[in-house]
Design a protein around this ligand. Structure first.
Ligand SMILES: Nc1ncnc2c1ncn2[C@@H]1O[C@H](COP(=O)(O)OP(=O)(O)OP(=O)(O)O)[C@@H](O)[C@H]1O
Length: 290
């Protein structure tokens, strides 16, 4: 039986080596459970993206990881120290075991290549022994899973809406059945209805495939809806980590209270939150009619 923990981040610190240096992430420790959606909240500049990129070793100079570790508890039973991997090892690790979807990822699609080919490239790189027909079948399945539909395999990015393109990016992140997906403001650029549909789908896919999600956004109301637990970051530190319900109903840290109060929709009658029917979501009553 493998451990239920998926990721242990200990005393993780990142500094941007500029003048004066910016200590963007300070002594952060988080344990992520298998299958859990962990929300990372906090105002712009508090270090959310730096932390996520740091874990995946995606930071470039002047960023320096000044301390701490990130250990990935693989489903094989092996503990992988991400800081100790060679460049080629971490490249193989990404997409395969942990993938990432970020804001505006949809604009990262190559405009002159159809989406089937772009999805297929993930398999060509990471599963070179897969046959062409298997690859096409897998890509079709993925497009069905994310609600784009396999009939779009030959579509070019400009033929798809922003929401569909972002779904293609999610399909790409799902392709190798990773154990962890890090999503950094994945739906911020989309309109509220599309955003909501995509989030419901991520939640459902997580249930089916059992991956964990670190979901980053400054949109605390959104996190309250989709997260199992929420970590609140401020000035590079995690000031509070708790279940979404406890963060909402019983915030312990003064900053968490301030952050909650800064979203008018969360206060007063209209913004009352209830636990969703599936027990893992908090739904906002005022928006449930949508
Ligand atoms: N390349 C860089 N050089 C210097 N400082 C940087 C660099 N990138 C980020 N920072 C600083 O590091 C801190 C954390 O930034 P980060 O982008 O991680 O925050 P964030 O919480 O993800 O913000 P946002 O929600 O706006 O993306 C900020 O003070 C930012 O100004």
């Amino acid at each position: 039986m493998t451990s239920q923990k998926l990721l242990t981040v200990s005393n993780f610190s990142v500094t941007y080596d500029v003048d004066p240096p910016v200590q963007a992430v300070r002594d952060v420790s988080i344990e992520l459970e298998r299958g859990e959606i962990l929300g990372l909240a906090g105002e712009s500049g508090c270090g959310k993206t730096t932390l996520a990129y740091g874990i995946q070793r995606l930071l470039k100079p002047p960023a320096v990881i000044t301390g701490g570790s990130a250990i990935f508890h693989d489903s094989s039973g092996e503990d992988i120290d991400l800081n100790a991997l060679s460049d080629s090892q971490i490249q193989a690790f990404r997409w395969d075991k942990a993938s990432m979807v970020f804001q505006g990822a949809m604009n990262a699609l190559n405009p002159v290549m159809n989406v089937g080919k772009q999805l297929g490239d993930v398999f060509t790189t990471h599963r070179p022994r897969m046959s062409r027909s298997e690859r096409i079948e897998e890509c079709g399945k993925l497009l069905d899973i994310v609600g784009v539909g396999r009939d779009r395999l030959r579509s070019f990015p400009h033929e798809l809406s922003g929401g569909m393109r972002q779904r293609v990016m999610i399909a790409m992140a799902l392709a190798l059945k990773p154990q962890l997906m890090i999503m950094d403001e994945p739906t911020t650029a989309l309109d509220v209805l599309v955003q909501r549909e995509i989030l419901q789908q991520i939640s459902e896919l997580r249930r089916v495939f059992g991956f964990s999600v670190i979901f980053i956004t400054h949109d605390l109301p959104l996190l309250l809806e989709i997260s199992d637990r929420i970590a609140v970051m401020r000035e590079g530190r995690i000031v509070e980590i708790n279940t979404a319900a406890n963060i909402y109903h019983d915030p312990q840290d003064e900053y968490t209270r301030k952050l909650l109060a800064s979203f008018p929709s969360l206060t007063g009658e209209r913004g009352d939150f209830v636990r969703g029917a599936r027990g893992n979501q908090i739904e906002k009553q005022s928006e449930m009619a949508l």
